[in-house]
Design a protein around this ligand. Structure first.
Ligand SMILES: NC(=O)c1ccc[n+]([C@@H]2O[C@H](COP(=O)([O-])OP(=O)(O)OC[C@H]3O[C@@H](n4cnc5c(N)ncnc54)[C@H](O)[C@@H]3O)[C@@H](O)[C@H]2O)c1
Length: 257
């Protein structure tokens, strides 16, 4: 489905981003990952299936690092067709206690990072007349915020709005922009979303109680990264050629209740 396409995936060293990278590689895409962490695990799996991958250790919120990475990708493969803005953080904190610095830190990665990567790649698409596509990983929490996640819910609501605004502005260039809003997905990050450093304690059994509320569709109540990756593949492929500005929930029905 993605033969000869070049896909950039942020936060692809683990979790949802890793599953997306592997699924796209299985369909023939060349993969570039931008992550704060080393992406060796993803790279090994992609090489094992005969795929091609390069990676950059960089912060998506750092404009210079992002530009350097995109320039290196263009130098190697001469184009980019797909951007998946997946890098994100979601530490828990009470609204009443969270500092401005911590609130901003979440916005830097989740919103500013998405903005920087998207603006840069959209300019590449336009200058090279590429009918490219951008996929943002938002969250069900951006539609209905959860407790102790005011900062996170607000950042993902911003992603949802940005997705629609970009879709509207870029439609005449035949650039499609969509978002997935996952519910609880079983990843390294969600197993231990943690608190910010020096934060107070959340109520006992908070996570346990949250998990029970997730979804009756699976034993654990959670979805798997592949559930998001399959939707990501569809949305960036030509099968979704008439879809832009859409926010697709992959949440096991979580928002119904
Ligand atoms: N797991 C869930 O339940 C869930 C639910 C809804 C939305 N999401 C969203 O899906 C995305 C991926 O989540 P996950 O559970 O796989 O997370 P994860 O913590 O397992 O992996 C996230 C990856 O992003 C990287 N990253 C973090 N900040 C970065 C930065 N500033 N620059 C570059 N890379 C950075 C991390 O190093 C890590 O490899 C996030 O945007 C998250 O908000 C996750």
């Amino acid at each position: 489905m993605l033969k000869d396409k070049v896909a950039v995936i942020t936060g692809g060293a683990q979790g949802i981003g890793k599953a997306i990278a592997i699924r796209f590689a299985q369909e023939g895409a060349k993969i570039a990952i931008i992550d704060l962490k080393d992406s060796a695990k993803t790279e090994n799996e992609i090489r094992n299936i005969g795929g091609e991958m390069i990676s950059f250790i960089a912060d998506v919120a750092d404009e210079i690092s992002v530009k350097n990475a995109f320039n290196a990708i263009i130098e190697k493969w001469e184009k980019i067709d797909i951007l998946v803005n997946n890098a994100g953080i979601y530490p828990l904190e009470n609204f009443i206690d969270i500092s401005i610095e911590k609130f901003k830190r979440v916005f830097d990665t989740n919103v500013i990072g998405t903005f920087i990567c998207s603006q840069y790649v959209a300019n590449i698409f336009i200058s090279k007349s590429i009918k490219g596509t951008i996929l943002n990983i938002a969250s069900a929490g951006g539609i209905r915020p959860d407790k102790y996640h005011s900062h996170y819910g607000a950042s993902k609501a911003a992603i949802i709005s940005l997705t629609k605004a970009m879709a509207k502005e870029l439609i005449n260039n035949k650039i499609r922009v969509n978002a997935i809003a996952p519910g609880a997905i079983n990843t390294e990050g969600s197993k231990n979303p943690g608190l910010f450093e020096n934060s107070g304690k959340l109520p006992d059994k908070f996570m346990e109680e949250q998990m029970k509320k997730f979804s009756p569709l699976t034993k654990s109540g959670m979805g798997e990264p592949i559930d998001v990756a399959e939707m990501a593949l569809y949305l960036v492929s030509d099968k979704a050629k008439y879809i832009t500005g859409a926010i697709i929930q992959v949440d096991g029905g979580r928002l119904l209740f």
